[in-house]
Each structure stands twice: as structure tokens, then as C-alpha cells.
Design a protein around this ligand. Structure first.
Ligand SMILES: O=C(O)c1cc(=O)[nH]c(=O)n1[C@@H]1O[C@H](COP(=O)(O)O)[C@@H](O)[C@H]1O
Length: 240
């Protein structure tokens, strides 16, 4: 089911910076936030428990990619943190993804729900040219993304990270309820930055994204709450 709240990427250097950022939002507003490498490697798991205790849902984006046994053990630990969603790289392979899922299931404390698990196909900062020339995947980006999505589903995971450009094709080759979490979201007026495959919130909705992830257009905005609402309204088709 489509998540109505854009997931805010908390790509900030410290808990203090996150506190200052969240002060722009009404204190009773429950957000869906993403904890990624930048903040996790500074603050550790306590940043996750703090955000959850503040009433937010957390996507823990650590993009695990290692041998199956290491990913299995890491996921057993992640399962204890109470996050709603987490991820691995599909390039780690089917056995790694299956072990990641097993780790999450075994590590989740009784009575809690198992976090959703998704796999990164091709990063939204990657172009077709890079896929062909740097990764030597001659079939190109679209086919590589589709292949990873089908492999991810066959590994028992809930969905993938992809760009909104590929979401429609992925749903056709997997199923309607297969999660397509799409970063690289920009309003027509926003800077693209290092992203290559970008799309507006309304187009992402049309293409079947389940979640959109938005960082700098909100975190670097003069008024983050207004920027968040603009994106949220467009994502929910409420712009008139
Ligand atoms: O897994 C992710 O969240 C992710 C995958 C991907 O392919 N592309 C991508 O941009 N992301 C993350 O999504 C966020 C996008 O941030 P902005 O480009 O600032 O909106 C960053 O935190 C990235 O780490």
C-alpha cells in the first residue's frame, strides 16, 4: 500500500542537527524518516531508538552488502532496533538476500512485527552509461534493474529501491504489492544534485511508487516544513 508520507532522509551530521531540523515541524506530527550512513556512523543505534521514542517511523538505510553469514548476523541485530524498513544491495545475490531475511525474522523480538526488507537495484545516482561502461552490464540499466527486482522477489523480500522511472515496469514483472521505494524525487523547481534518475512526486505516484524518499529538497530548504508539505501534497495529488 502506498505510504502517504514522503520519507525524509535525515542526512545530517549529528543528533543536534536533527533536533534543530525537526524543530521546524509540529511536535505532534508523526514522520517517516530515513536514518542513513551519515548519521548512523556518528550516533549509532541510539539515534534510531530516540527517533522511534519521538513517535516517528524509521527506515534504516545501511545498504548491507557482504557475505551471506555476515549479513545474516547483522540483520539479527538490526531486527532488535524496532525499525519499520531496512535494506540490502541486490548485487549481494540471492543467498545473501535470503540470509538477510532469515536474520530479520529470527532477530525480531516476540510480539513485534518483522521490519520490511527491500533491496537496492541500481542506485538513482547511476546512469545507463555507467551500468554499461563501469559495471560491464551490456543489457543496460532498465534490464539490470528489472532483473534485480525479479531476483529480489524470488529471494522472498518485500520490494526494491529503484528510481520512479522503473517502478511501473517492475510492478508488471513482479506484483502490484511489491514495494517500490523511490529516491531521486525532485519538484520541478529543485536542484538535481548528484542524482541521475529523478522524477517529480506526482509522476512517481502515476508510475506506481510505494514510498518516495526526499532529502536535500527538505533538509536544505529555508522552511523545511513548507517544503515537506509541498512535496507531500503533490505526492498525494492534493495540489490544485
Ligand atoms: O537507499 C536509498 O535510500 C537510496 C538509494 C538510491 O538508489 N538513491 C538514493 O538517493 N538513496 C538515498 O536517498 C536519499 C536521497 O537524498 P536526496 O538526493 O537529498 O533527496 C539519500 O539519503 C540516499 O542515500
Amino acid at each position: 500500500m502506498r505510504e502517504e508520507r514522503p520519507v525524509i532522509a535525515l542526512d545530517l551530521p549529528s543528533k543536534k542537527a536533527i533536533e534543530a531540523f525537526l524543530a521546524h515541524f509540529p511536535s505532534d506530527e508523526s514522520l517517516y524518516v530515513k536514518v542513513g550512513m551519515e548519521i548512523f556512523y556518528q550516533e549509532g543505534p541510539s539515534i534510531v531508538s530516540w527517533l522511534i521514542s519521538e513517535g516517528h517511523d524509521v527506515f534504516l538505510d545501511l545498504k548491507l552488502h557482504d557475505i551471506p553469514n555476515t549479513v545474516y548476523s547483522a540483520m539479527k541485530g538490526i531486527a532488535k532496533l524496532g525499525v519499520s524498513l531496512t535494506n540490502v544491495h541486490a548485487a549481494g545475490g540471492k543467498e545473501m538476500m535470503e540470509m538477510a531475511y532469515k536474520g530479520l525474522q529470527e532477530g525480531t523480538p516476540k510480539g513485534q512485527s518483522v521490519p520490511k526488507l527491500i533491496a537496492v537495484t541500481q542506485l538513482t545516482s547511476t546512469s545507463d552509461e555507467q551500468v554499461k561502461q563501469e559495471q560491464l552490464i551490456s543489457v543496460g540499466l532498465n534490464e539490470s534493474v528489472r532483473h534485480y527486482a525479479v531476483l529480489t522477489q524470488a529471494s522472498g523480500l518485500d520490494g526494491v529501491v529503484c528510481s520512479a522511472h522503473e517502478a511501473k515496469d517492475i510492478k508488471q514483472h513482479t506484483s502490484d504489492d511489491f514495494v517500490c521505494l523511490t529516491p531521486g524525487i525532485r519538484l520541478a523547481s529543485n536542484d538535481v544534485g548528484d542524482q541521475k534518475r529523478v522524477m517529480t512526486p506526482s509522476k512517481a505516484r502515476e508510475n506506481g511508487s510505494t514510498f518516495i524518499v526526499v532529502g536535500r529538497p527538505i533538509t536544505k530548504a529555508e522552511n523545511p516544513y513548507t517544503a515537506y508539505l509541498n512535496i507531500k501534497n503533490e505526492w498525494n495529488g492534493e495540489n490544485h
